[in-house]
Design a protein around this ligand. Sequence first.
Ligand code: HMG
Ligand code: MG
Length: 302
Amino acid sequence: MNLPRKVKIVEMGPRDGLQNEREIIPAPIKIELINKLTLNGFAFIEVGSFVSPKWIPQMADTEDVMAGIRRKSGVVYSVLVPNMKGFEGALLANAGEIAIFGAASEKFSKKNINCTIDESLARFEPVCEAARLHNIPVRGYVSTVLDCPYQGVVQASETARVSKLLFDMGCHEISLGDTIGRGTPRRAQEMINAVAAHVPIERIAIHFHDTYGQALANILACMELGVAVIDSSVAGLGGCPYARGASGNVATEDVLYMLRGLGIETGVDFEGVLETANFISCELGRPPASKVARALATVETA
Ligand code: HMG
Ligand code: MG
């Protein structure tokens, strides 16, 4: 196998995870979660989003969360922004990075951000321009890169087209989201190859939801092609409010366990992440979704 020696993990729990909780998690708990993740050694943490509170009430307190966290120098605390209003929030909150988020399927774009793909790209242009003026790096998400909950199979060529447009707009990294986790390794590789024809492989991140239990297999398949940036969520928190039934991102501790077994460096403290997974799961009143956290809990109590 041809695998990277080192992988960058982008921790999604506070944003992709908690945005999908039915109950709104109080800001002090989010702050404690992010402070713990900082201590766990993550260099990239997605804190929240500046989106319409009518659409995603779970993220309405992102300003308070950004103001309350203990920041560590060298750690990038990022937020999602869908438009200029979101960008202004991110700027005031002193975000280290922003992320714009589009989709490869028209129907998902409409459901998630209430506009067509072309309209979304037009909205992102001034955001990228403003970010450039303020020296804020921009990450670009493409959702539904393999399948759409409303439209079915998505062509790799369409995923590649949107990825290229976001990259050309100035996104330094393109995160490819299997929003409903239906993808399998060969299709994932075909999609990565299509995107890599336009976006350098080192600029590609993978964002697998684990709905069908395929995330680790897909990650391994993509790493074989040279992808070395992985989005994951502590305790497997999350989903997507506009993709019913989508379960969380692949769990960070499951990814770390696999990478450790493969001898791949991440800079993240595995045991510390397990503790953080137990902390947030306890707050949510349920066990962590990850196989690894459950297995280790069983071993400890056996
Ligand atoms: P809209 O209703 O078309 O927007 O929503 P609008 O411009 O007509 O404005 C309507 C209202 O929203 C106005 O307020 C605006 O001020 C307000 P009102 O006058 O009615 O009181 N508004 C805002 N408020 C706060 N922050 C803002 C903002 N913008 C407008 N930035 C909009 C369009 C994009 C705003 C809306 O659809 C939205 O907020 N969508 C966000 C959806 C979302 O956050 N989804 C989850 C994240 S994406 C994801 O999870 C996928 C990912 O993980 C990858 C993967 O897994 O695939 C990234
Ligand atoms: Mg997601």
